[in-house]
Design a protein around this ligand. Structure first.
Ligand code: SF4
Length: 685
């Protein structure tokens, strides 16, 4: 059966082969326009994860963390949840959801939380992943949504990747990047598998991207490479952005960011001289206390050189999770409502309130996922409903997050697996169907909506997430608001909220996707072919139709190095693992590629250290295998974050015990790419 990959935001089409009620193989869909039959290794090992022995199969409950779990029927579990929710004030309830959810799941939980429970405390793990891109696009272009398509990376002459190790993290897009042979500029502190293929590698020091980007803008102006006609007709704010950039000569930027001045000049000239230049980025730009400014600086470069709304051009954030985009469109962050509406906008609230026939939507933005710790610690949040994510491993300063979760009066964990590190802190487990046991849709990085199809029954009593939310809504007395019996019905309701918006999907239905294959929004009518590229008319989604450049001043990383903590840790991924290993960790062959957590250290910094080291920061520590490598510069260490307690040996600790809670003031995204650490030897026993 044709379906869509549940891992990264590339959104490849897959074929799930099912025999006798079991998934036996997964292969690439040759008809899918994203991957044309190719896949990376991760989805091919999905049968091991889908049929793993630790699938959650029945609701479980317990009164306290010390008690044994008792199984419950769905009727009893739903009734318990509904009664518990009614005991608390709306703002005492928080939802922590996931970019792994399907669009239908996202829509249903948003309607339940924001429309009928009256809490905007609904945030996604996309807060850790893409919220800086949301803020960047919205500020610069007037709306969220990446303008280009993957087809553009094959038409570009110059590709500038910043903070993106696409070769490991977005392998199929990487294949397409390499297919045409564009001039590849990669800004990354490490010699990543991506940087190894760069024509020009800019080894920027962690936390100093803004000096680099400002210096590139400086060179565009200095060397006459600004598209002045485009700037005058279609933008505002260029003067302020250029005033800040004027202070960043390549020589001055080189001193701060460590990239030779002549390489900065070459990168800027290459980018600015072509009308087919693209800026691509991912977590290295987003996961920063200045993530929004980095997004604005990358978009500045595209606007300043007129590289937007044309083939082979534009700013393009590569989404981490498979449906982070669908989550944004359905209002899956604490500031948003469906159809890219805002909870702070009275007109948007009124429209959604009428559409939902809801008792009222709260006007204040809810808590971001990165603000939950304090709210749990001081008792503002008493009920935490966690869905398809494992924040005890993935949150920054994870030890403090786990301690805060223990203070909640009720923790509901809705997941396809049990136990997980987060489920261990729950009072209720709600078993969820997962890919490929439910129908729905996902939107990938290029705004392409693809169908996910149910190819087999979920194990035991597990239910689709949207169905669990709908049952709770009905148990709360809102039968007319949650009438759906199929995912297609949820989708049909959702797309009405997008009508007339930039993300218009009112021409898309499950039936059409099944018949025609995936479609890119905006797609406003059933006969519309979808939209490959945004802003081709050069009219942007701002009120006056003009894009905005922004000044992007530099500030030093929030967690600075010191004599006690002299090294900068930057975190990331390995190619064969995904997030906190809840699925990829079930596959022996994927595990064997990288069986242990490790830290990459330059030979000069590794001198005298044994094979295991404790990475210690101002917050906590983790024990990792030492990997000596010249691929990291002196003073910088790199470690992947995947391993949690279920995959660690005694005493090792998850990497995120070390990372910093500093967040971007606009996007509230945490700074996971620059934290000060030291390495301590761990004696071999
Ligand atoms: Fe799945 Fe991403 Fe690999 Fe494509 S590149 S097969 S979407 S994990």
């Amino acid at each position: 059966m044709k379906t869509t990959c549940p891992y990264c935001g590339v959104g490849c089409g897959l074929v799930a082969d099912v025999r006798d009620g079991r998934l036996v193989a997964v292969r690439g869909d040759t008809d899918h326009p994203v991957n044309r039959g190719a896949t990376c290794r991760k989805p091919t090992r999905l049968p091991e994860a889908v049929h793993a022995p630790d699938r959650a199969t029945t609701p479980l409950r317990r009164a306290s963390l010390d008690e044994r779990w008792r199984p419950a029927s769905w009727r009893a579990a739903i009734s318990d949840v509904a009664k518990a929710l009614q005991r608390y004030k709306p703002d005492e309830i928080a939802f922590y959801i996931s970019g792994q959810l399907l669009t239908e799941d996202y829509y249903a939980v948003n309607k339940l939380a924001k429309g009928f429970l009256g809490t905007n405390n609904l945030d996604s793990n996309s807060r850790l992943c893409m919220s800086s891109a949301v803020a960047g696009y919205t500020g610069a272009l007037g709306s969220d949504g990446p303008p280009p398509s993957y087809a553009d990376v094959e038409e570009a002459d110059v590709l500038f990747l910043l903070g993106s190790n696409a070769a490991s993290c977005h392998p199929i897009v990487w294949n397409r990047i390499r297919s045409r042979g564009a001039f590849l500029i990669v800004a990354d502190p490490r010699v990543t598998p991506t940087a190894e293929h760069a024509a020009l590698h800019l080894p920027v020091r962690p936390g100093t991207d803004l000096p680099l980007l400002n210096a590139m803008l400086h060179v565009l102006e200095r060397d006459g490479l600004l598209d002045k006609r485009f700037l005058e007709r279609h933008t505002r704010g260029a003067e302020d952005a250029l005033t800040v950039a004027a202070d960043w000569s390549p020589a001055r930027a080189a001193e701060v960011c460590g990239v030779p001045a002549e390489d900065i000049v070459e990168a800027a000239r290459r980018f600015g001289a072509s009308k087919r230049s693209m800026a691509l980025w991912s977590m290295g730009a987003n996961q920063s206390a200045v993530g929004t400014l980095k997004n604005r600086a990358l978009i500045n470069l595209c606007l300043a050189s007129g590289n937007i709304g044309r083939p082979g051009a534009g700013p393009f954030s590569l989404t981490g999770q498979p449906n982070a985009m669908g989550g944004r469109e359905t209002g899956g962050l604490s500031t948003l409502l469906p159809g890219y509406r805002s909870v702070s906008n009275a007109e948007d609230r009124a429209w959604m309130g009428r559409f939902w026939n809801s008792p009222g939507i709260a006007p204040e933005p809810g808590l971001a996922a990165t603000e939950l710790v304090e709210a749990l610690e001081d008792g503002r949040v008493k009920v935490l409903w966690i869905v398809a994510t494992n924040p005890v491993v993935s949150q920054p300063d994870a030890g403090r997050f786990a301690a805060a979760v223990r203070r909640a009066e009720l923790v509901i964990c809705q997941d396809a697996y049990f136990p997980t590190e987060t489920g261990a802190l729950a009072h209720m487990i709600l078993p969820a169907a997962q890919w490929p046991e439910k129908d729905g849709t996902m939107t990938n990085s290029e705004r392409r909506v693809s169908l996910v199809q149910r190819a087999l029954d979920p194990p035991g009593d597990a239910l689709p997430d949207w169905d669990i939310f709908a049952r709770v809504g009905r148990a709360l007395g809102h039968r007319e608001a949650f009438p759906w019996r199929t995912a297609a019905a949820v989708h049909a309701e959702y797309v009405q909220t997008t009508e007339g918006r930039l993300c218009d999907q009112s021409g898309i239905s499950h039936t059409r996707l099944r018949r025609e294959g995936p479609l890119q929004w905006p797609c406003p009518s059933p006969d519309h072919p979808g939209t490959e590229r945004l802003y081709t008319s050069r009219r942007f989604a701002t009120e006056d139709g003009r894009a905005r450049l922004a000044p992007t001043p530099h500030t030093a990383p929030a967690d600075p190095v010191s004599p006690d903590f002299p090294l900068t840790l930057t975190t990331g991924r390995v190619a064969q693992q995904w997030h906190t290993m809840t699925r990829t960790g079930k596959s022996p062959s994927l595990l064997s590629a990288e069986p242990h957590p490790f830290v990459e250290v330059h030979p000069d910094d590794a001198e005298g250290l044994p094979e295991k080291v404790r990475v210690r920061s101002r917050r906590g520590s983790a024990v990792l295998r030492l990997r000596v490598s010249e691929k990291v510069p002196r003073g910088v260490v790199f470690a992947p974050f995947h391993w949690g307690a279920l995959h660690l040996e005694a005493g090792e600790g998850a990497l995120n015990n070390v990372t910093s809670r500093a967040i971007d003031p606009v996007s509230k995204q945490p700074e996971l790419k620059a934290c000060a650490v030291r390495l301590e030897p761990v004696p071999v026993v």
